[in-house]
Design a protein around this ligand. Structure first.
Ligand SMILES: *[C@@H]1O[C@H](CO)[C@@H](O)[C@H](O)[C@H]1NC(C)=O
Ligand SMILES: *[C@@H]1O[C@H](CO)[C@@H](O)[C@H](O)[C@H]1NC(C)=O
Length: 634
């Protein structure tokens, strides 16, 4: 698999050749012509990965996954942070920087970086394995460089950047009012309107190219953190560099097709959701945005020096860690087999990049089979006209006497009173103001929602608050003013969020209340203006009536055309009952603008034959499961 247009070595050679021959008319290697695939360290190592763990995973990618098109191995965030006692994702002053304020790998964790070598040796080993090397970087400049007020390197002339008769420094470009909101002590935006700010960014990316980096995941610049000027500047720098580098944006909380349209041509992939973890609600959350970007023709649209792909995030399968806990892999994935199938089927029908997140040293046989399933990989790379078609299917619970509903939209709960949800929104959203300190007879104190919009007869919605259990002085500084929120009447369970999910409040869903841990997605802080911010996502909680869930149909379907004229139909059952899902052959044909009237084929997860069908296709699909039909139609 993996269509390598030109390998890098040949590339630089041909570039020279072409330069000579055609006087500057160069043909660059085209990037991301297919949705990129690979492995990323975040879901299994949070930030604490070291060189040995990384290279061991890379070797397994090379041995077992490369032949299936998985070619990038990516070190996720904070590779420059010293792993000392109590170091966490938002610690201040623990990063390793060079004299120009650029981050360099922590030499304790990345031994080969010593002596100013950065990631050169790691990249070389990765290249020798036949793979490509990626790193994660944050927005702008580190707080550490800002505080040290390091001079800026002039990446063109070398030496310190001088303009108007003076040397420019970190404090001339850092914007303290534009810190990354979920890493306030880590990073801030820089002023890209100043030549010094642009020089700083160029000095970073030039260094990554010198290290041999092939892929950059740029975090805290997209979605709710959008910094379009930085994205544009980095994209321009990458365009001018000789080394082809895939440019990926993260995270994708509150991304809309409109926002995607602003960036797709500047990058090669961009997240369309917040972080995805191994929870059913997280899997389910991807359906609407995937449908919307497909409908907006953003899948495989023009990108930086090639194409661009809406990215549904890594696959948190196999052997994992927990978000924000600063520890390595220690537990199995919580999705059941049906939910895993649904996840990878949706990812492939929407042609998402596939980045495996589990520790490959402990991958189980079933997971390996799933992520190397040839049909899934074929669809993900080579299908066309991918689109959601939920409006033309219908479903019926198996065992219920309901008639087949005319379509799948579920209106259940729509107007039921008292159904409220906590949702996460930007802290700048005025509707998120409404949290106050409540009083109760316990000493703990409460946080209550009272924004004046509630009706009189409703009792206020409150959560008990408790200081996180701290073990050291450093932690008490880091967590000052922050707290856990406990579900009422449960001393043991804390409100937790990954950025994707809605938290049902009046009847707090059991899945949102989990055993209390010192995990940043369980840590909250009340701002003076009455917003309640979550430390992991930097987003604020607001309480609202659950919207009519017309977009939340219980059955979903996607369709696509294969390379050899095969028709792929994926039927997803998002509800908790097994169901029959039906689609008329004519409606499928119409959805693709084709004229077929009869189909035959196979359901790939069960291996069962789909007998020749002329009118109504009907398939039984289990709870949270999906059917993936490969059909020949005429
Ligand atoms: C399917 O995709 C091809 C290639 O992108 C395009 O030319 C064609 O118009 C699409 N067909 C439909 C029905 O959208
Ligand atoms: C509330 O305060 C926080 C922290 O100071 C700020 O980031 C946010 O924008 C404010 N939100 C509103 C709606 O005023």
């Amino acid at each position: 698999m993996g269509v390598h247009v030109l390998v890098p070595l040949i590339f630089s050679f041909s570039l020279l050749l072409q330069r000579g021959l055609c006087e500057g008319v160069t043909k660059k290697q085209e990037l991301a012509l297919l949705p990129p695939r690979g492995w990323n360290s975040y879901d299994s190592f949070d930030w604490v990965i070291n060189e040995a763990d990384f290279l061991q995973n890379a070797e397994i990618v090379s041995k077992s996954l490369l032949s299936h098109g998985y070619e990038y191995v990516v070190v996720d965030y904070l590779w420059y942070r010293r792993r000392v006692k109590n170091a966490g994702p938002d610690s201040e002053g623990l990063d390793v920087i060079d004299e120009w304020g650029r981050l360099i790998p922590d030499p304790q964790r990345w031994h080969s970086s010593r002596g100013g070598k950065g990631f050169k040796e790691v990249a070389k080993k990765v290249h020798d394995l036949g793979l490509k090397f990626g790193i994660h970087v944050m927005r702008g400049i580190s707080v550490q460089a800002y505080n040290a007020n390091t001079p800026i390197l002039d990446p063109i002339k070398g030496g310190a950047f001088e303009k108007s008769g003076r040397i420019w420094r970190a404090r001339d470009i850092g914007m303290t009012d534009r810190r990354c909101k979920w890493m306030q002590h880590g990073f801030m935006s820089i002023n890209t309107d100043s030549a010094a700010g642009r020089a700083f960014l160029r000095s970073l990316y030039q260094q990554y190219a010198e290290w041999g980096v092939d892929f950059v995941k740029n975090d805290c610049v997209f979605g709710d953190d959008l910094d379009i000027k930085e994205i544009r500047t980095v994209s321009e720098v990458l365009k001018e560099l000789d080394r082809p580098i895939v440019y990926s944006l993260s995270p994708g909380t509150i991304v809309t097709p409109d926002m995607a349209k602003q960036v797709h041509a500047l990058v090669n992939m961009y997240r369309i959701t917040g972080d995805d973890w191994d929870k059913w609600e997280d899997v389910r959350y991807h359906f609407n945005i995937a449908r919307d970007v497909a409908a907006a023709n953003l899948i495989g649209a023009e990108g930086l020096n090639g194409k661009s792909w809406p990215d549904m995030d890594m696959l948190p399968l196999g052997w994992l860690t927990d978000p924000g806990m600063s520890r390595g892999p220690h537990r199995k994935c919580n999705l059941n087999p049906a939910e895993k199938r649904t996840q990878i089927t949706l990812w492939s029908m929407a042609k998402s990049p596939l980045m495996y997140g589990g520790d490959l040293r402990k991958i189980d046989e079933a997971t390996l089979k799933l992520i190397t399933n040839p049909t899934i990989l074929e669809i993900d790379h080579f299908s066309q006209n991918n689109t959601e078609i939920s409006d033309i299917i219908s479903r019926k619970d198996i065992g219920s006497s309901n008639h087949v509903s005319s379509h799948s939209r579920s209106l259940k709960d729509e107007n039921s009173p008292g159904k409220h949800v906590l949702t996460l929104t930007s802290c700048m959203d005025h509707e998120a103001k409404g949290w106050v300190i409540g009083t109760n007879d316990k000493e703990l104190g409460q946080i209550c929602w009272k924004n004046g919009l509630e009706s009189e007869d409703q009792s206020p919605f409150c959560l008990d608050k408790r200081e996180p259990l701290l073990t050291s002085h450093e932690e008490s500084i880091q967590y000052q003013g922050k707290f856990h929120l406990l579900g009422m009447n449960t001393m043991e369970l804390c409100l937790e969020t990954s950025t994707n999910r809605k938290l049902t409040s009046s009847d707090l869903e059991i899945s949102s209340l989990v055993p209390c841990k010192k995990n940043t997605n369980q840590i909250w802080e009340l701002n003076h203006n009455g917003t309640l911010v979550n430390s992991y996502s930097g987003l604020c909680a607001k309480k609202e009536r659950q919207k009519a869930i017309v977009n939340d149909a219980e059955a979903r379907a996607w369709i696509a055309i294969g390379r050899k004229g095969k028709i792929y139909v994926a039927l997803f059952n998002l509800c908790t009952e097994e169901a029959m899902i039906y689609a008329k052959i004519k409606d499928l044909a119409d959805a693709l603008g084709l004229g077929f009237s009869s189909c035959v084929g196979t359901e790939i997860w069960s291996g069962q034959d789909i007998k020749p069908t002329e009118q109504l296709l009907s398939v039984a699909v289990g709870r949270h499961d999906c059917a993936l039909l490969v059909l020949t139609c005429n």
